[in-house]
Design a protein around this ligand. Structure first.
Ligand SMILES: [Mg+2]
Ligand SMILES: [Zn+2]
Length: 153
C-alpha cells in the first residue's frame, strides 16, 4: 500500500494575493501572481524521496462566485504544474472543487460533496491509489482542511 500527503494549495504551496479593490486575500488568478512559498520545493522533494505520493486538494470557488474565469484558474494550474515538473516533483492528481453553495454562476453554485471539509477527493485517492490512510497526512491552513483531514474515510 502507498502512503500519501494531501496538500491544500493556496496558503500552503503558494501565497494568497492581496486584492486592493476587494481588500481581501485571494488565490492567484494569473500566472504572474503565482508565488510559491520559500522551501516548498525542497519540502515536497523530501516527502517524495521518503516515499509519499502527493496530491493537491483545493477549493477553488472563485469562478462560481464570479471572481475569476475558468481559463484564468487553468492558467495558474498549468504554471504550477510546469514549476513542479521542472523541479522533478510529481503530483499524482490535482483535485479541484470549483463549486460554491452560494455562488452566482448557476451550474457551479451547488452544495457538492467535493468541497472541503467534504472528503470526497481523499476517499477517491485512497481507493484509486491504494493508499493506507494511517500512514498519510493532510496539510492545510484553514479549519476546513483540518476538518477534512480528520473525517473518517
Ligand atoms: Mg488554503
Ligand atoms: Zn465541489
Amino acid at each position: 500500500m502507498n502512503k500519501a500527503v494531501f496538500l491544500d494549495r493556496d496558503g500552503v504551496i503558494n501565497r494568497m494575493i492581496f486584492n486592493n479593490e476587494r481588500k481581501e486575500y485571494e488565490p492567484p488568478f494569473k500566472k504572474e501572481d503565482l508565488e510559491l512559498y520559500d522551501g516548498i520545493i525542497e519540502s515536497l522533494k523530501k516527502l517524495q524521496n521518503n516515499g509519499f505520493i502527493l496530491f493537491v486538494i483545493s477549493n477553488q470557488p472563485d469562478y462560481a462566485k464570479g471572481k475569476a474565469s475558468l481559463e484564468s484558474l487553468a492558467e495558474v494550474q498549468d504554471e504550477l504544474q510546469k514549476i513542479f515538473i521542472k523541479n522533478g516533483i510529481r503530483f499524482s492528481e490535482y483535485y479541484y472543487c470549483y463549486h460554491h453553495p452560494d455562488g452566482t454562476v448557476p451550474e457551479y453554485s451547488v452544495k457538492c460533496e467535493c468541497r472541503k471539509p467534504g472528503n470526497y477527493f481523499v476517499k477517491k485517492a485512497i481507493t484509486g491509489y491504494d493508499i493506507n490512510k494511517d500512514d498519510s497526512w493532510l496539510i492545510g491552513d484553514r479549519d476546513k482542511d483540518v476538518e477534512c483531514g480528520i473525517k473518517p474515510v
